[in-house]
Design a protein around this ligand. Sequence first.
Ligand SMILES: NC(=O)c1ccc[n+]([C@@H]2O[C@H](COP(=O)([O-])OP(=O)(O)OC[C@H]3O[C@@H](n4cnc5c(N)ncnc54)[C@H](O)[C@@H]3O)[C@@H](O)[C@H]2O)c1
Length: 265
Amino acid sequence: MNNLFDISGKVAVVTGAGGVLAGTVAKYLAEQGCHVAALDLRESAVTGLGSGITGFGCNVLDEENLADVCSAVLEKFGRVDMLFNGAGGNMPGATIGPDQTLYDIKLEDYSKVLDLNLKGTLLPTLVFSKPMTRQVSGGAIVNFSSMAATQPLTRVMGYGNAKAGIDNLTRFLAVELAVKFGAKIRVNAIAPGFFVTNQNRALLTTPDGGYTERGNDVIRKTPLRRFGVPEEILGCIHYLVSDAAKFVTGTIIPVDGGFSAFSGV
Ligand SMILES: NC(=O)c1ccc[n+]([C@@H]2O[C@H](COP(=O)([O-])OP(=O)(O)OC[C@H]3O[C@@H](n4cnc5c(N)ncnc54)[C@H](O)[C@@H]3O)[C@@H](O)[C@H]2O)c1
């Protein structure tokens, strides 16, 4: 039997690759022998990431920009086998601070967060799934959900709403693409638990390496009693895009130290 996990030679597009989680994914895929196109709004964050990785400055909310990058990827590699929708994030105005109420939400920021996470997943999918539909071998798409998608987290309104949309979009796309283009395109999502990254470092940890009150709340609800380290999403990511998951589509897999399984009591 072939090695179910062999992904060498595949062409992978990773959005938000200048960030912590998607950047870790981009480097890992290159180590596995993939040709990686690393996209980020901040071009400097995806230049010089390492051998096997080509950086592109790209805004996931700009269709023209995405189409140009897709053309460049096709010109260089001739195909797109995998898409990782890693660009995403939150903004203070889309959250409700401890001293605020629902009525303090800044709708402009709320819309920006919905756009970045939800539309910023849909638009790259529209662009990069097209070549997959033309390839005999199809392709695999992985979206980035969150714990905030299914159990609303206090404060985190806009982001949680957007990630809930990503769960729905993941299932919708899995069905839609399979029904119209056959079983060759699979769409799944990973739902990371709490990983200390640029977005949440100040919220979860103190400068001396301890936990904030919120950090402690998260740890209490995480049966494995710690935050994740970025490399711990790689096994799930690798599985989802490999032949090992050939019959797997429309799933959202938590990698969360048990956070989603635990009521907290
Ligand atoms: N860190 C966590 O604990 C955690 C948990 C659950 C889900 N996630 C999700 O995982 C994904 C990656 O998270 P991370 O913690 O590595 O984030 P990060 O902030 O480290 O990286 C996000 C990257 O996206 C880029 N970006 C922002 N706007 C963009 C745009 N319009 N176009 C292109 N790129 C853009 C940023 O420049 C940044 O490099 C996000 O979708 C995030 O919501 C993270």
